[in-house]
Structure formats: structure tokens, C-alpha cells
Design a protein around this ligand. Structure first.
Ligand SMILES: [Zn+2]
Ligand SMILES: [Zn+2]
Length: 209
């Protein structure tokens, strides 16, 4: 049996525990991030287990690009800007207890921001310009684990990761550039008013047809 198809108990993606699912396709789900860095923070994640975008089968990657384009035009239409990030296996954001198996589950974050963390990433990692997310599998094959950030000017950068990095690194950088560092660690971020308002507002505005 294909290991990728195995449902893993306790995996927040497998069990789609998200409160607000906006769209479900054959291979992917688009949902609001339950701990948004900002209003309009979305996740596109695979239904099967794949460690990162670079591991998606080509056919799924093509479907993903279609969804990514949809998300991009919708967020631009509503909020006037969009950026994407992916921390792959290198900087996973989900930690489980010691008795649970760590699940690496592909997810791409989309959010309406224009702050450009690639300026900071460029100083800490080797930058590879990536023409389109559709070629992420080629870069992954060549360089291995990575971080990915696409700024609001549609410029994507791939950063190979060779050493262990802190979890939430990209999230932390974005939270800091939004001047809201308290939002960096989603597991301890509990500004319930901010979270519920952001989720409600996003849900009324973001509609996939
Ligand atoms: Zn899973
Ligand atoms: Zn994540």
C-alpha cells in the first residue's frame, strides 16, 4: 500500500481539524489557518502525506499551481497583496508529544502581506531564485530540504537548508515584520479576540466559487 495514503491518527492535516475549510479538491484542501498571522492567512495542504511541495507527484503539483493561482488572485482582489511561504520538512511547525509520530504533511501558507522577509533570509541562507513554484521539485531534487518564500511581487526564492533550524522560523520572521512578535509561536498565541475576529472577517470575504 502506498504509505502516502495512510491516515495518521493525531495528524491535524489528516484529520482536517481546521475550523474553516474553504475548498476541498481531489488532492488538496484550502482552509483558514486557525492561528492566523494576519486576517486572510490560508493554508493549502495535501490530503495525502508528502513531506513538502518538492515531493508532490507531478500531476498533483500541476493541480496545486492551479489552486495557488486561484488563491493568489482572490487574496489580491480582496486585500490587494499576497505572499506565500513553505517551510517544508526543514522548519516544520507542528510538534507532537513523544509518543506520537511526527507527521510531515505538505502545506503552503498564503497570506495578504507585502513585507518581504527574503531580505532577511538572503543574509542567512544561500538564495536560489525560482522562476515558478511549479519547478520546486527540480530544486528539491537538486538541493534537498529547503525554505520557500514568494514575496508580493511574485518573486519566489528557494533556500536550501543544511543545518537544523528553529521551528516557526518563517512565521517568526513574518510576525516580527508585522510588528506582532507575539504571534510567532502559534501553540502559545492566545489572543482570542484577534484570532476570532480575523477568522470571521476572512470567512465573510474569501469565497471560492
Ligand atoms: Zn497527516
Ligand atoms: Zn506550517
Amino acid at each position: 500500500m502506498n504509505q502516502n495514503l495512510i491516515h495518521q491518527k493525531g495528524c491535524i492535516f489528516c484529520e482536517a481539524k481546521f475550523n474553516k475549510i474553504l475548498l476541498s479538491t481531489e488532492n488538496f484542501i484550502i482552509a483558514l489557518d486557525d492561528f492566523p498571522l494576519t486576517e486572510g492567512h490560508l493554508l493549502i495542504f495535501s490530503k495525502e502525506h508528502h513531506g513538502c511541495g518538492g515531493e508532490l507527484p507531478k500531476k498533483n503539483l500541476i493541480d496545486l499551481i492551479d489552486l495557488k493561482n486561484k488563491v493568489s488572485s482572490l487574496l489580491q482582489q480582496i486585500y490587494g497583496k499576497v505572499s506565500f511561504y513553505e517551510h517544508g520538512r526543514a522548519g516544520h511547525c507542528v510538534s507532537f508529544g513523544p509518543d506520537e509520530i511526527m507527521c510531515h504533511h505538505f502545506h503552503l501558507h498564503a497570506l495578504p502581506i507585502s513585507c518581504d522577509i527574503s531580505i532577511t533570509l538572503d543574509t542567512e541562507f544561500q538564495r536560489c531564485d525560482i522562476p515558478s513554484y511549479q519547478t520546486i521539485d527540480d530544486f528539491f531534487y537538486k538541493f534537498g530540504e529547503y525554505l520557500f518564500f514568494e514575496n508580493s511581487q511574485n518573486k519566489g526564492a528557494f533556500y536550501p537548508v543544511v543545518n537544523k533550524i528553529q521551528s516557526h522560523l518563517l512565521r517568526t520572521m513574518i510576525a516580527e515584520s508585522l510588528k506582532a512578535p507575539e504571534r510567532a509561536d502559534w501553540e502559545h498565541f492566545d489572543d482570542k479576540i484577534f484570532i476570532s475576529t480575523a477568522l470571521e472577517q476572512a470567512q465573510t470575504k474569501i469565497k471560492f466559487t
